[in-house]
Ligand binder design. Structure first.
Ligand code: GTP
Ligand code: MG
Length: 305
């Protein structure tokens, strides 16, 4: 390498995998660190279904965060795919961040996650999340408990929602990353396609309104995005399907006289307009595809948007 090709400063670069049980706040943490929403959030478990990359470039280097689906027992092809994203991200990662929800009791699911981590040699950070809603004196016993169960490289209490200690987290991550060239350009924030992001925004709005099995049996597929002009101003026409498994799911999503789908559509359209910086016409349909969670074709369509 010529002298002029040498990097002017040494940059720390690497992959950081965010893992943990569903709903512990992985996507909230990613969005907070990036200062922008790249991964959708809901109060229902199993919101994230594929790995979402979020890139944070600073003067210290570049951290590529991998937000993953929550770890759970997979009963359908969809869920097995979700878990395969988690396992492959463990292979890619230079640092693994295991998030736990400080408000929940330790259970079998947590034991299973720790067993999985014993098989990797990558440094693992324990992030005790949601400390904004527990009493301070509850944190120390939690740290003691987890210290006995696994040899963590770092243990950091955080609030992904409020951003508490995320600066400490970033500094600690850099200490564990190798010096390397940046992987992505400085202005890149995420690698997901615009189409996928739009489908996720629609799914997020829907998740706010559905209960019981509905969050698990719904998916969103964007069929068409057309850029047009209306009175000289940009307009995007978007046609999307909300996929469900049964007729009664369809009826629930539509709501009385179509009131629920209208609400979902209005909220999704508002957010998509901000993302596209354009007026949006959102044409939403609900389609029944029986057992889509076990259909390789449908899963491929969803993932490759
Ligand atoms: N009070 C509080 N709530 C939080 C915090 N972090 C996340 N939440 C909430 O926890 C819920 C789940 O957050 P997500 O970020 O979607 O969790 P996740 O781990 O990505 O969930 P999955 O994608 O389903 O695995 C949401 O209602 C968040 O608002 C936090 O630090 N404090
Ligand atoms: Mg998530």
């Amino acid at each position: 390498m010529n002298e002029q090709d040498q990097p002017t400063h040494k940059s720390k670069v690497g992959y950081v995998s965010l893992i943990g049980r569903p709903n512990v706040g992985k996507s909230t943490l990613l969005n907070n660190i990036l200062g922008q929403k790249v991964s959708i959030i809901s109060d229902k478990p199993q919101t994230t279904r594929i790995s979402i990359l979020g890139i944070k470039t600073t003067r210290h280097g570049q951290i590529v965060f991998i937000d993953n689906p929550g770890i759970h027992k997979p009963l359908h092809k969809l869920n097995k795919r979700m878990m395969s994203f988690v396992y492959s991200s463990l292979q890619t990662a230079d640092v693994i961040c295991l998030l736990i929800d400080a408000t929940l009791k330790f259970g079998h699911g947590d034991e299973f996650v720790l067993e999985t981590l014993k098989k990797v040699s990558t440094p693992v950070f324990l992030l005790i999340n949601k400390v904004d809603i527990i009493r301070k004196e509850k944190v120390l016993p939690l740290i003691d408990k987890y210290k006995d169960l696994f040899s963590f490289a770092e243990i950091i209490p955080i609030s992904a929602l409020k951003g508490t200690n995320t600066d400490v987290l970033e500094q600690s991550i850099y200490q564990h990353l190798p010096e390397a060239e940046h992987i992505y350009s400085e202005d890149e924030l995420s690698t997901q396609s615009q189409k996928f992001l739009l489908s996720e925004i629609i799914r997020e709005k829907m998740l706010q309104y559905v209960e019981k099995e509905l969050p698990f049996v719904t998916a969103v597929l964007i069929n068409k995005i057309q850029e047009k002009k209306a009175k000289g101003k940009p307009l995007h026409y978007i046609h999307a399907d909300i996929i469900v498994e049964k007729d009664n799911h369809r009826r629930i999503i539509l709501g009385r006289q179509g009131s629920l789908i209208k609400k979902i559509g209005t909220e999704a359209r508002k957010e998509i307009q901000k993302v596209l910086e354009s007026k949006v016409f959102l044409d939403l349909h609900v389609r029944v595809k029986k057992r889509w969670r076990d259909s390789a074709n449908v899963l491929e369509l969803i993932e490759q948007q």
